[in-house]
Design a protein around this ligand. Structure first.
Ligand SMILES: Cc1cc2nc3c(=O)[nH]c(=O)nc-3n(C[C@H](O)[C@H](O)[C@H](O)COP(=O)(O)OP(=O)(O)OC[C@H]3O[C@@H](n4cnc5c(N)ncnc54)[C@H](O)[C@@H]3O)c2cc1C
Ligand SMILES: NC(=O)c1ccc[n+]([C@@H]2O[C@H](COP(=O)([O-])OP(=O)(O)OC[C@H]3O[C@@H](n4cnc5c(N)ncnc54)[C@H](O)[C@@H]3O)[C@@H](O)[C@H]2O)c1
Length: 481
């Protein structure tokens, strides 16, 4: 007891987890004058930097480069099939991580005045956090930002042999000859395309449909491209058992009718969703409610222990780095300035970085119709009608926006080249209540892909503007001299 008391730290904030969520809080709070203890048991930067966004996007960039060489023919440039030096590709991935790592490093955070403890943290009572080496921290507020890990379901045979997840796939030194992927969510789709373009055979097994949270009209464009590039996609097949023998993996799957099929390869990637990392935190002694989905929080991101917030992936909500950052910024407002916050007040975008990319914010057509019935207007603009897309031979794709009868934007989704970047005006419009009229009348530079926003918004007026009534009015006015 004496030993604990002498080692007690009493900061304003104790942050558990140095991923996107925890680092946002720690950096912001320290720079705004709060005392902060940050506890991290693994690599600084968490999933996003080490095993998530950064390595996957770096790998996709290398794969896109190989694909650009293969498809240069359409510009009249013939190139040989690119030689893939897989170890060099993986060295590129590690180099990108190393370049970003200083931003998330202990040195940077200590420089900001944060006390960084490289250790496991857990609660010992409602107010106290203890590290593995016995350092006790009693903070005014605690922020849990412990993230998520890949789900490994109890599929018979799966645990008996080696398999890859996002935590291990970026450590590969040899290219898989044939990668079998379980799960057609963002991880499954992005990595399927990356490995296929880098020369692996790829088989993807998805129990429902590819990118099931997105509008089927748009996911069809991604599916067609993946298929055209040689990814063997098996939708509506649920993996039921796995066997591994002599370096081969075999997945047995069943469809809705009960029919079964086997899919074979050299490596297996499990991309079946995420589970919260909360089990070793001793949440019950701190009175913090949680479920298998994540730590329970209210709209102010507070747990059932009022002194403790939970943010990012561990809450089981949308699991993206920008959401972790958004949560972090909200908690700073609440914990430091005691201002009210409402996490559900802002519509959150998401992007899947396949080629073509798929980006969306707000309500899909189906969600808008369920909420607003016939009052919904659906606007389309194909990339094929955009001159810049034609110049770049990037005509696969479309913008789809949903408005109410008065032109209030309810949602927008884009599939196509740079869809993630092209979503920006729609995000702003949705957040600030900018009507579709404002997008339709903006002067977009020609020839850019950003014209697609103007054209899509313009579709709201097309039927009215180019109607018999308008023609009659124009003719009448012209007669007046
Ligand atoms: C392959 C892949 C690609 C992705 N691509 C994208 C993308 O392109 N865009 C996007 O927005 N999102 C992407 N994501 C999701 C994104 O990575 C996560 O949403 C984000 O990293 C969550 O941040 P976090 O801070 O909540 O958790 P994490 O980054 O998981 O950080 C949690 C940290 O807490 C530490 N920790 C856990 N328990 C304890 C404990 N008891 N004591 C001390 N430390 C602890 C962990 O070691 C970890 O470092 C991707 C994810 C994956 C897997
Ligand atoms: N670009 C990005 O922003 C990005 C990229 C990667 C990951 N992420 C984040 O990470 C999260 C996790 O991604 P994920 O792709 O692992 O999970 P996910 O939950 O999005 O997809 C898992 C898929 O596995 C399928 N499935 C479940 N059991 C199955 C079975 N037995 N056989 C076959 N299929 C089965 C599900 O139907 C689902 O489509 C994402 O939801 C996202 O939040 C984001």
């Amino acid at each position: 007891m004496t030993q604990r008391a002498s080692r007690l730290l009493r900061p304003d904030l104790c942050v558990i987890g140095a991923g996107s969520a925890g680092l946002t809080v720690a950096a912001g709070a320290a720079q705004m004058g709060a005392s902060v203890v940050l506890v991290e048991r693994g690599a600084m930067g968490g999933d996003c930097l080490n095993t998530g966004c950064v390595p996957s996007k770096a790998l996709l960039a290398a794969a896109a480069s190989a694909q650009a060489a293969r498809t240069a023919e359409r510009f009249g440039i013939g190139l040989p099939e690119p030689a893939i030096d897989f170890p060099a590709v993986m060295a590129h991935v590690r180099d990108v991580i190393a370049q970003i790592a200083p931003m998330d490093s202990v040195a940077r955070f200590e420089g900001l005045g944060v006390t960084v403890l490289r250790d496991h943290a857990r609660f010992v009572d409602a107010r106290t956090v203890e590290t593995g080496t016995g350092q006790c921290i009693r903070a005014r507020r605690v922020v849990i930002a412990t993230g998520s890990r890949p789900v490994v379901p109890p599929i018979p045979g799966l645990a008996d042999g080696p398999f890859l997840t996002n935590e291990t796939i970026f450590d590969l030194t040899d290219r898989p000859e044939h990668l079998v992927i379980l799960g057609g969510g963002p991880i499954g789709c992005e990595l399927a395309q990356a490995f296929r373009r880098l020369g692996s055979a790829v088989t993807l097994i998805e129990a429902k449909r590819l990118l099931g949270r997105d509008d089927p009209e748009l996911t069809a464009v991604v599916r067609d491209r993946l298929t055209a590039e040689g990814v063997r996609i098996h939708e509506a097949w649920c993996a039921e058992s796995v066997t591994q023998q002599a370096g081969r993996v075999r997945v047995r799957a069943a469809d809705a009718t009960g029919a079964t099929a086997s899919f074979e390869g050299s490596h297996l990637l499990v991309a079946l969703g995420r589970a919260p990392v909360a089990d070793a935190l001793n949440l019950d002694v701190a009175g913090i409610a949680h479920t298998a989905r994540g730590i329970t929080v209210d709209d102010g991101l507070r747990t059932t222990n009022r002194r403790v917030y939970a943010i990012g992936d561990v809450t089981g909500g949308p699991q993206f780095t920008h959401v972790a950052g958004y949560h972090g910024a909200l908690v700073l407002k609440s914990a430091l300035f005691r201002l009210p916050i409402k996490a559900s007040a802002t519509a959150l975008p998401h992007v899947t970085f396949t080629d073509p990319e798929l980006a969306a914010i707000g309500l899909s057509e189906a969600e808008a119709r369920a909420r607003h019935g016939d009052a919904v207007r659906v606007l389309h603009w194909p990339f094929a009608d955009t001159d810049r897309a034609r110049c770049q031979r990037a005509t696969d794709g479309l913008v789809k926006a949903v408005t109410d009868r008065k032109g209030r934007i309810l949602g927008a989704a884009i599939v196509g080249a740079q869809a993630g970047d092209l979503l920006a005006p729609w995000i702003l419009a949705l957040h600030r209540g900018v009507p579709v009229r404002a997008l339709a009348t903006m002067v977009a530079p020609y020839p850019t892909l950003s014209e697609t926003a103007k054209r899509t918004a313009g579709a709201y007026y097309a039927s009215r503007l180019f109607s018999d009534r308008t023609r009659r009015v124009v003719r009448l006015l012209s007669r007046l001299g």
